[in-house]
Design a protein around this ligand. Structure first.
Ligand code: YH5
Length: 284
């Protein structure tokens, strides 16, 4: 007799415990609080606009709001933004969102910011630099936050991009665990668009199931990125919504438990149709 084992994965994010099951992937809505917000024409700056945008994304199905105060498009200024500027942009928004009951993630690489936002009650630290800035791993380890560890590279010169990204994430995970971070806090992210060719990005997307097999929660962030533009032939990021939804759905079908997106309603609807199909066929 065959028994179907239902593996319930959890992702421990401070005072919030996500039950990450295959059929209910988490939608992480992107909230840029940079003056030059790239994919949305620089709207929703200002505290009230940012909070209103977060409400809209939650109404449209977002489970998590990811607040970013650094312009982190691939190829951005390596010096990034100053600590003072990042604090000024991010902290007021984060404080409001936490107080209004949102599950909040903060896109930052700076250990001081990690301390600050954890004190404000943020649930997730999302670092596109894989907690590589001096002191970042230690700062993250001192919190109880969920940690998104993303791979990023300066060159596209891989022998085997999937194997190398996987080895990197394993390595970062081991270092974090050595600092006392429990396994169930760590989410992996291959860093779609960060130091990969278009083909390498799609190789990573197609390898989602392999990464998911690591047992860690897995996040894919491809929303409106240039590789989506290349595949669809759309130069304008706002024309890349349908392509992005298709990409997110591929990730979800392959087992990704978190998708980071601009277009929450469209992504949520696509996931709902996929889930209805899975449930109708008795696939749990
Ligand atoms: C990610 O993949 N990406 S910021 C260029 C674009 C569109 C979007 C128009 N933070 C990720 O979203 N955090 C960013 O062209 C991230 N994973 C995680 N965890 C880049 C971005 C974007 C860049």
């Amino acid at each position: 007799m065959t028994e179907t084992k239902v593996r319930t994965n959890v992702w421990r994010c401070a005072n919030h415990l996500f039950n990450v099951d295959r059929l209910h992937p988490l939608v992480m809505g992107i909230l840029n609080v940079t003056p030059d917000s790239f994919s949305d024409g620089g709207t929703h700056n200002g505290l009230e606009d940012a909070v209103a945008w977060a409400h809209r994304m939650r109404d449209e199905g977002a489970h998590i709001i990811d607040v970013g105060g650094e312009s982190t498009r691939p190829g951005f200024d390596e010096r990034g933004v100053s600590l003072e500027e990042e604090r000024r942009r991010v902290l007021p928004v984060v404080e409001r969102l936490v107080n209004e009951g949102f599950i909040v993630s903060v896109d930052t690489s700076k250990p001081e910011m990690m301390n600050d936002v954890a004190s404000l009650g943020v649930h997730i630290l999302n670092d596109i630099r894989g907690f590589e800035m001096p002191g970042a791993m230690e700062a993250a380890a001192r919190t109880e936050c969920g940690l998104v560890v993303m791979h990023r590279s300066m060159s596209t010169d891989y022998h085997d991009v999937v194997a190398e990204v996987e080895a990197y994430l394993q390595d970062r995970q081991r270092l974090l665990e050595d600092l006392g971070v429990s396994k169930d806090r760590i989410c992996w992210d291959p860093g779609f668009g960060f130091g990969k060719t278009v083909e390498q990005n799609y190789m990573l997307l197609g390898a989602t199931a392999r990464f998911v097999a690591s047992g860690q929660p897995y996040l894919m962030g491809l929303s409106r990125k240039s590789s989506i533009g290349v595949a669809t032939g759309h130069t304008k990021p706002t024309d890349r919504v349908t392509g992005s939804v298709a990409g997110a759905l591929i990730a979800v079908q392959e087992g990704a438990q978190v998708v980071r997106v601009h277009d929450c309603r469209e992504t949520t609807d696509a996931i709902a149709v996929w889930r209805a199909t899975e449930e109708a066929c008795g696939r749990r």
